[in-house]
Every structure is written in structure tokens, then in C-alpha cells.
Design a protein around this ligand. Structure first.
Ligand code: FES
Ligand code: FES
Length: 208
């Protein structure tokens, strides 16, 4: 049974399916959808109800007036130009769009921005501090945790969440709790090694 916390659907009180039209890709396997490469985000028809939200994104609080049907992924990419967060399947199946919300990893393609009033969102662009790469970013470089790099921002954000959750105790556990992030290049060996390195470094820093 998959134990990646993102496999549990968020409690939005409303289903995204009822808001957005299906695409030709629906019903395709997750891997097939991801292999097809980035799909254009579904256009949200104009004229929907608008909401106001304040969301802190990468440490900067911002107020938005937006269509209530806007996903966090679309807000990040289309409105804020934070294109490090990738579109893969756009259906919650590949993990390419993973970001942290209040420190917990989520698939941003499944989360309506309107539900995030007061939340803190961290994207791959906000991970480095004072010009220094996050240990997880450095670990991916050190361990060849990527090839084409398309899945890498989502992998790194998910890996940070995996370590923070305390689910990086062994390689088997890392594989299990990173199972929501697909890599069509098959860089899994390097990804697991990177998570181990960053976990060890994080633990060593905590102990010192
Ligand atoms: Fe695939 Fe969000 S784009 S899970
Ligand atoms: Fe190419 Fe993962 S999809 S590195």
C-alpha cells in the first residue's frame, strides 16, 4: 500500500473534477501521462467567482484576487512566473508539481489556491538560503540524482518533506515515501542516495 502522504486526497469540500473539464489524458496511466511530457494546464474558463487570499510564498506575504478555481500550480507558474514547479500529469499522479505548504508536501496541481488563505508555501525557488543551496539540492548534484532534470524540483521538494516527516530511516522507507514522485529517466538510485546524504547531514547538524 502506498504510504506517500500525498496519495490521500486533500479535504477541499469540493472536487476539482466538478470544476474542471476532463482532458484526453484522463484514464491514462500516471507514467504514461508523465512520459507524454509537460501538458498545458487546462484553461480555466473566464467568469468564475473570485476570492481574495493572502498567501506567503517563499517568505513573501502576498494578497491575491483570483478565480476560485485556480490551482496553486497555476498561481505559481502562470501568475508569479515561478516555473521551477513543473507540470507533469496535472492529475496528482506524478509528483512533478510538489511544493511544501506549511512544511508539508503536497501536489500543487490538486490544491485550489483559494483554500490556502494564511498558508506558507515553499517552492524550489525558495529553498536556498542566503545564496547557499539547501543540503538536499547539493545532495542531488553530488549523487547524480537527475538526468533530464524535469522531475527534479518535485523530487527535491518531496525529499525535503520525506526527511522532515521522519520517513527516511532506510533506503526502503525512502523509496516507499517517495513513491509519489515519478522519474521517467529512472534516476531513482541517485535520488535515494541523495536523500540518504541530506538526511545524514541534517542529523549531524542537529547533533552539533
Ligand atoms: Fe503530476 Fe501534479 S503535475 S502530480
Ligand atoms: Fe528526467 Fe527524472 S524525469 S531526471
Amino acid at each position: 500500500m502506498a504510504t506517500d502522504p500525498r496519495s490521500a486526497p486533500p479535504d477541499l469540500g469540493i472536487s476539482r473534477r466538478s470544476l474542471l473539464k476532463g482532458t484526453a489524458a484522463s484514464g491514462a496511466s500516471a507514467f504514461g501521462a508523465f512520459q507524454a511530457g509537460a501538458q498545458e494546464a487546462e484553461a480555466v474558463p473566464a467568469g468564475g467567482p473570485e476570492v481574495e487570499v493572502e498567501i506567503t510564498i517563499n517568505g513573501r506575504p502576498e494578497r491575491f484576487t483570483l478565480d476560485a478555481r485556480t490551482t496553486l500550480l497555476d498561481l505559481l507558474r502562470e501568475r508569479l512566473d515561478l516555473t521551477g514547479t513543473k507540470v507533469g500529469c496535472n492529475h496528482g499522479q506524478c509528483g512533478a508539481c510538489t511544493v511544501l505548504v506549511d512544511g508539508t508536501r503536497i501536489n500543487s496541481c490538486l490544491r485550489l489556491a483559494a483554500t490556502l488563505d494564511g498558508a506558507e508555501v515553499t517552492t524550489i525557488e525558495g529553498l536556498a538560503e542566503a545564496g547557499e543551496m539547501h543540503p538536499m539540492q547539493q545532495a542531488f548534484i553530488d549523487n547524480d540524482g537527475f538526468q533530464c532534470g524535469y522531475c527534479t524540483p518535485g523530487q527535491i521538494m518531496s525529499a525535503v518533506g520525506c526527511v522532515t516527516e521522519g520517513h527516511a530511516g532506510s533506503e526502503a522507507e525512502i523509496r516507499e515515501y517517495m513513491s509519489g514522485n515519478l522519474c521517467r529517466c529512472g534516476a531513482y538510485k541517485g535520488i535515494v542516495a541523495a536523500v540518504v546524504q541530506a538526511r545524514d547531514e541534517t542529523e549531524a547538524r542537529g547533533a552539533s
